[in-house]
Design a protein around this ligand. Structure first.
Ligand SMILES: Cc1cc2nc3c(=O)[nH]c(=O)nc-3n(C[C@H](O)[C@H](O)[C@H](O)COP(=O)(O)OP(=O)(O)OC[C@H]3O[C@@H](n4cnc5c(N)ncnc54)[C@H](O)[C@@H]3O)c2cc1C
Length: 409
C-alpha cells in the first residue's frame, strides 16, 4: 500500500511531494496526475517567466475564508524554498520574484528533478473520479477503473482556472459530495465583462490609469496600472486583481477609471481652458489630442459631451470643459460578468476554512490534507498564488509525513 498519495502534480502537489519525502524518506510517495506529465500550468505562469512569489506579502493580497498568511508565515519563503532546490531568484521593483534564468522551465525542472531524486513516483494519466475511506486507508479510483490504495491522502488538484492544464473542478465536486463546504467559485485574476456598447471605440486601447471598484455606494478596492480595453471586457493586471469582487458583489459591482491619476480635476480643467484659448478653428475632436492617443481622446470627448453637436473647441463653454475633465477623472463601467475559466489564472472560492485545519489537514476526515488553489483563498496577481501553492504544499506534505511517525507541525 502507498504511504502518501498526492492527487494533482501541479505547483502545490510537487511541493508537497518534495517535503513529504524529505520528512519521511522511507515512505512510498506517489503523485496521481491526470495529464501525461506533471506541472503543465507552471510552464505558462508569468508569461513563461514564472512569477514564483513576492517579497511584499500581506493579508490584503489574499481573498477568501482560509488564512493564507498564517500558513505562509510558518513555511520557508519562495526564495529559500527555491534556493534549497538549487534555483536562484531575482526580484523586480514591485517585489515580484522570478527564477534568475527568467524561464518557468527552470522552476519545473528543479521540482521534478528533486522529487525524482528523492524517489517520488508519478502515476500520470490517472484522472481521479472517486475517493473513499475504508478503515485506515483511502481508495482512490481513476476514470479508467484503475485503483490506488494509500494510508495518507493529499488533495492538490487545483480549482477551475485554465482547464486545459488539467483543472476542471472534478475534485471540488467529489469533495462536496463527501460533505465538504465549498465557497461558490468564480474566476480570479481575470478580465471583467462590461456592456459592449460602452466599449465601442475603445477596443485595443491600453492606458495608464487608477482603477476603483465600487458596489452599494462603497469604495472596495483601488489599483494603479495599465488598463486594456477589448470588445467586451476590461483587462490588464489592475482589473485582474478586482475579478474576485465579482464573486462577492455580482452585478452590483462597477469599475471606475481615472485616466489622469497624477492630475486633479482642476488641473485638467485649467489645461483644457488653455487648449481652448489656443485652438483657433480646431475641431472638438482635437480637444484631448495633446493628452491622450487619438482614439482615447476622441472617445472621452464624445462620452463627456454626449449628444451635443459642437463643431469647434472655441465654442465649448466652461461647463463643457469641466464635464470633459470629470469624464477623464471618472469613467464608470457596470460589471456584467467575469471572463470564462479559460481566461482566468486563479479560482476565488473552494474548500472553506471551516473544513481545513491550520496544518492543512481535513477537519472532517482523518489522514487527509489539502493544499493549493482547491482551498478557499485567491491571491492577487504578482506571485501570490504560487507562494500560496508552495507554502500550503510544504505544510500539507510535511504534516502528512510526520503523521506516519505520529507527529505534526
Ligand atoms: C496562465 C496562467 C499564468 C499564471 N501565472 C502565475 C504567476 O506568474 N504567478 C503566480 O503566483 N500564479 C500564477 N498563476 C496561478 C498559479 O499557477 C496557480 O494558482 C497554481 O498553479 C495553483 O497550484 P495548484 O497546485 O493548486 O494547482 P495546479 O497547478 O492547477 O495543479 C493541479 C493539478 O491537479 C491535476 N488534477 C486536477 N484534477 C485532477 C484529478 N481529478 N485527477 C488527477 N489529477 C487532477 C491537474 O491536472 C493539475 O496538474 C497563473 C495561472 C495561469 C493559468
Amino acid at each position: 500500500m502507498i504511504d502518501i498519495l498526492i492527487i494533482g502534480g501541479g505547483a502545490s502537489g510537487l511541493a508537497a511531494a518534495v517535503f513529504s519525502k524529505q520528512t519521511a524518506p522511507a515512505a512510498e510517495t506517489v503523485i496521481a496526475e491526470r495529464l501525461p506529465r506533471t506541472g503543465k500550468k507552471i510552464l505558462s505562469t508569468g508569461n513563461g517567466r514564472c512569477n514564483l512569489g513576492n517579497l511584499r506579502l500581506s493579508r490584503d493580497n489574499y481573498h477568501g475564508s482560509v488564512d493564507a498568511m498564517d500558513v505562509i508565515s510558518r513555511t520557508p519563503s519562495a526564495e529559500e524554498f527555491f534556493r534549497s532546490l538549487g534555483v536562484l531568484t531575482f526580484s523586480d521593483e514591485q517585489g515580484r520574484l522570478y527564477p534568475y534564468s527568467g524561464a518557468a522551465a527552470t522552476v519545473l525542472n528543479a521540482l521534478r528533478q528533486r522529487a525524482e531524486a528523492l524517489g517520488v513516483r508519478e502515476e500520470c494519466g490517472f484522472a481521479v473520479s472517486d475517493i473513499a475511506q475504508k478503515k485506515d486507508c483511502w481508495l482512490v479510483r481513476a476514470e479508467d477503473g484503475r485503483m490506488l490504495e494509500c494510508r495518507r491522502l493529499i488533495i492538490a488538484a487545483g480549482g477551475h482556472a485554465d482547464p486545459k492544464s488539467g483543472t476542471d473542478g472534478t475534485m471540488l465536486r467529489i469533495l462536496r459530495d463527501m460533505g465538504y463546504q465549498a465557497a461558490k467559485c468564480c474566476p480570479a485574476v481575470a478580465p471583467l465583462k462590461t456592456d459592449p456598447a460602452l466599449l465601442k471605440g475603445l477596443k485595443g486601447i491600453r492606458a495608464r490609469c487608477r482603477v476603483e471598484a465600487v458596489a452599494e455606494g462603497k469604495h472596495l478596492h483601488t489599483e494603479e496600472g495599465e488598463i486594456q480595453f477589448t470588445e467586451t471586457m476590461l483587462s490588464g493586471i489592475c482589473v485582474f486583481n478586482m475579478a474576485w469582487l465579482w464573486g462577492r458583489y455580482g452585478e452590483k459591482l462597477r469599475i471606475s477609471t481615472d485616466l489622469a491619476p497624477d492630475m486633479s480635476h482642476d488641473e485638467i480643467y485649467s489645461y483644457l481652458r488653455e487648449v481652448r484659448d489656443m485652438s483657433g478653428g480646431a475641431p472638438v475632436s482635437e480637444l484631448l489630442s495633446g493628452m491622450f492617443r487619438k482614439e482615447l481622446a476622441l472617445y472621452l470627448t464624445k462620452a463627456a459631451l454626449r449628444k451635443k453637436d459642437i463643431p469647434r473647441i472655441s465654442r465649448l463653454t466652461d461647463s463643457d470643459l469641466s464635464q470633459v475633465a470629470d469624464t477623464v477623472k471618472r469613467l464608470s463601467f457596470p460589471v456584467t460578468g467575469c471572463a470564462p475559466w479559460q481566461n482566468a489564472q486563479s479560482t476565488y472560492g473552494g474548500i472553506k476554512a471551516s473544513c481545513i485545519g491550520s496544518d492543512m489537514s481535513s477537519k472532517l476526515h482523518k489522514n487527509l490534507w489539502f493544499c493549493g488553489e482547491i482551498a478557499d483563498t485567491a491571491g492577487d496577481c504578482g506571485g501570490y498564488n504560487l507562494q500560496w501553492a508552495w507554502s500550503s504544499g510544504i505544510l500539507a506534505g510535511t504534516n502528512a509525513a510526520l503523521s506516519l511517525k505520529g507527529g505534526k507541525r
